[in-house]
Design a protein around this ligand. Structure first.
Ligand code: HDD
Length: 718
């Protein structure tokens, strides 16, 4: 049912720019002017009294250019300052008309323009892309019923239950106020001091210490709306909903050593992957899923759907795929679009409503507030990236940088002087669902929010052995960077509530004894395989999860209903080549990779012509850490056979040590692998396809990329 005043969902060309924004896009060319439209004769010399004379105050071109430059920076976001965005569209594939009247969720096939911004949380605007951190996953839907912002993260839960604690959480994780160290890192005293004293954070901390917090790319991480929202159908019936984004390329993460190195080698790693994919005509894609349940159902659970530190396990309520999100157009201008885009969880459309989740309630206040200070006043919604499809009709006027021109004399309602002025629409307008509310004014947490351990254990139980080992290593790294011992000990007590074996393994890396009743290898263990075996059987009793003890959907590796089939699509491979490389070998491996939509760079001793290939990267401008696999071809580098070149050897050894597939062609390539064999300790190296080492078979190597990592190099149990 489409209201005459709100146009039906248009099906924009998937990557077309909205018509109303075309006017705001100034394409370069023509005569250089100042901001007043005056053509400029010379933009390289200020006006002076004689070539050696002083600059004249009357040089209004100079003044305008410098004045604008002096005011180009705006406050960065207080959190999620580091982000990257892209345009695309949301397409509904199954109608939810049974549950809601929101057109964006009822009109199958319509493509709703969207803008998505991915972000880290703690780092400043210029910080690297690959810290250990939760990732923001903010989706702006430009629907005909107004903007819907689904401002989520790549974790389905949050550190705190009540928004009033958010400033404390953020102050604790940001660089410390006395010396502004460390940048974009939780591995410091104030964060873990706060967390050790905030038991409600335990579940989300498990997500933050897992591989989820070092995603390989934006399109190999999940997204979650976190909160439970309400959907209301045409009959006024309420259904509760949680939102999910499932990446079609599957769930993949970096290795922590790799993530740290990428932060130095290519701080823009995730931003660049997304930009290059779209720039080459590719897309990033997720399935959109919903968990639908009723308040009656939820009343029977031993956790509260309003508690943002709790999930509704997929094992309890399956995710139903009802749409997809496709990103296919890069911004024209980073500042105008990605920096100025402004999200608000309070942006919902008719057919939706909030729940009493105290974190959501507080967020609904904070975002509008922050946009005022960040974007300079009340008219930030007029910025092209923030404008709704349908021009606002209301009596709000004036304010800094007002762009809208409202003719006429009437800017109030009701009025009798202007019959055309906007009037509320009791039927089609947004109506809050009439939920019965009552209660005495109190500052307290509900008893139903009190279990802080149960779902942290569910997450732990659901991880595969190698994921548990990574999580344990993450705690070891983070807490070994905490200088204050009592904070480390307090955090060990919290971790012990998840499982004493995990706490003991972390403890020994901190120089502390294993937890009571536990044995552990004295003096710490560097043997990951041994640690993994120890952790693999350390399962815990779960509470507050509706009876679910294990949910494969929480693991990135365990098969579960909506995990995508492994694919080489989107993977980036370094083809190591020297002068005189065999052209046929290069063509064969490039054809194999292209056939599976994988990408490659030819990496050589110098740019340009190598005889059988064109190098677009060199050993000094490329690094194995930004590739998903390495394939050794032949040729010479600096007069040495490739197999004897230390940079080429390092490339293969590092990729192997990060459990990535490595391949080789011919005798030369094989010789390089042999030369590396001794450099991958403690991992043994063998030319064995079962270990992800593929020689002389480009197709098999390409398929090996789909597996992402060969953890079995560490241990058969991995
Ligand atoms: Fe937030 C930005 C996600 C809790 C207050 N938040 C921000 C962004 C994301 C999230 C993705 C970046 C948006 C963009 O790209 O511009 N925030 C979350 C999630 C939360 C959460 C999933 C918990 C479920 N946030 C949260 C709380 C508060 C805020 C509890 C305050 C009470 N968030 C903000 C903010 C930001 C923000 C300070 C900073 C920049 C902005 O809003 O636009 O208002």
């Amino acid at each position: 049912m489409t209201d005459p005043k709100t146009p039906a969902l248009t099906d924009p060309q998937p990557n077309a720019k909205r018509q109303d924004l075309q006017a705001d896009t100034v394409n370069p060319g023509g005569t250089l002017t100042d901001n007043m439209g005056h053509a400029i004769s010379d933009d390289q010399n200020s006006l002076k009294a004689g070539a050696l004379g002083p600059t004249l105050l009357e040089d209004h071109f100079l003044r305008e250019k410098l004045h604008h430059f002096d005011h180009e920076r705006i406050p960065e976001r207080v959190v999620h300052a580091r982000g990257s965005g892209a345009h695309g569209y949301f397409e509904l594939t199954r109608s939810l008309a049974e549950y809601t009247t929101a057109q964006v969720l009822t009109e199958v096939g319509a493509q709703t323009p969207t803008f998505v911004r991915f972000s880290t949380v703690a780092g400043f605007r210029g910080s690297p892309d690959t810290p250990r951190d939760i990732r923001g996953f903010a989706v702006k839907f430009y629907t005909p019923q107004g903007i819907w912002d689904l401002v989520g993260n790549n974790a389905p839960v949050f550190f705190i239950q009540d928004a009033i604690k958010f400033p404390d959480l953020v102050h604790s994780v940001k660089p410390e106020p006395h010396n502004e160290i460390p940048q974009a890192s939780a591995a410091h005293d104030t964060f873990w001091d706060f967390i050790s004293l905030t038991p409600e954070s335990l579940h989300t901390i498990m997500w933050a210490m897992s591989d989820r917090a070092i995603p390989r790319s934006f399109d190999t991480m999940e997204g979650f709306g976190v909160h439970t929202f309400r959907l209301i159908n045409a009959e006024g019936k309420v259904t509760l909903v949680k939102y999910h984004w499932k990446p079609v390329l599957g769930l993949h993460s970096l290795v922590w050593d790799e993530a740290q190195k990428i932060a130095g080698k290519d701080p823009d790693y995730n931003r660049r992957l997304m930009w290059d994919t779209i720039d080459a005509g590719g897309t990033l894609e997720w399935q959109f899923g919903v968990q639908l349940f009723t308040e009656e159902q939820a009343a029977g659970w031993d956790f509260d759907f309003r508690d943002p530190t709790k999930i509704v396990p997929e094992a309890l309520v399956p995710v139903e795929i009802v749409g997809r999100l496709v990103l296919n157009r890069n911004p024209d201008n980073f500042f105008s679009e990605t920096e100025q885009v402004a999200f608000m969880p309070s942006n919902i459309v008719p057919g939706m409503d909030f729940t009493e989740d105290p974190l959501l309630q507080g967020r609904n206040f904070s975002y509008l507030d922050t946009q005022f200070s960040r974007l300079g006043g009340p008219n930030w919604q007029e910025l092209p990236i923030n404008r709704p499809l349908t021009p606002p009709q209301n009596n709000q006027r004036d304010g800094h940088m007002r762009r809208t021109i409202n003719p006429g004399r009437v800017s109030y309602y009701p009025n009798s002087l202007d019959t055309g002025s906007p009037t509320p629409d009791p039927q089609e307008g947004f109506r809050s669902h009439p939920v019965m509310m009552s209660g005495v004014k109190v500052r307290e947490r509900p008893e139903s929010f009190s279990d802080h351990v149960g779902q942290a254990r569910l997450f732990w139980n659901s991880l595969t052995p190698i994921e548990r080992e990574h999580l344990c290593r993450a705690f070891q790294f983070e807490l070994a960077n905490v200088e204050t011992r009592h904070v480390r000990l307090a955090m060990l007590d919290q971790i012990e509530r998840v499982h004493p074996v995990l706490a003991s393994q972390v403890a020994i890396a901190l120089g502390e004894p294993p937890r009571a009743g536990q044995t552990a290898k004295p003096g710490g263990t560097q043997d990951s395989a041994e640690e993994m075996a120890l952790l693999a059987t350390a399962n815990a009793d779960v509470t507050a999860a509706g009876g679910v003890q294990h949910d494969p959907a929480l693991s990135q590796r365990a098969p579960s209903e909506h995990k995508a089939e492994p694919t080489p699509r989107g993977r980036l491979v370094a083809l190591l080549a020297g002068d005189g490389v065999d052209a046929a070998a290069v063509e064969a491996v490039q054809a194999a990779l292209k056939s599976q939509e994988a990408k490659f760079h030819v990496v050589g001793p110098h740019l340009g012509d190598l005889g059988g290939a064109q190098a677009t990267k060199t050993f000094s401008t490329a690094s194995p850490v930004v590739y998903d696999g390495v394939y050794a071809l032949g040729g010479t580098a600096g007069g040495l056979p490739l197999a004897e070149h230390p940079d080429a050897q390092m490339f293969v050894a590092e990729a192997y040590r990060h459990y990535k597939p490595v391949g080789a062609h011919g005798q030369d390539g094989g010789a390089l692998l042999d030369a590396v064999a001794g450099r991958t300790a403690p991992l043994t190296f063998a030319k064995d396809e079962a270990l992800g080492v593929v020689t002389g078979n480009p197709d098999a190597f390409t398929q090996a990329l789909a597996r992402h990592r060969y953890w079995n190099r560490l241990s058969p149990q991995a």
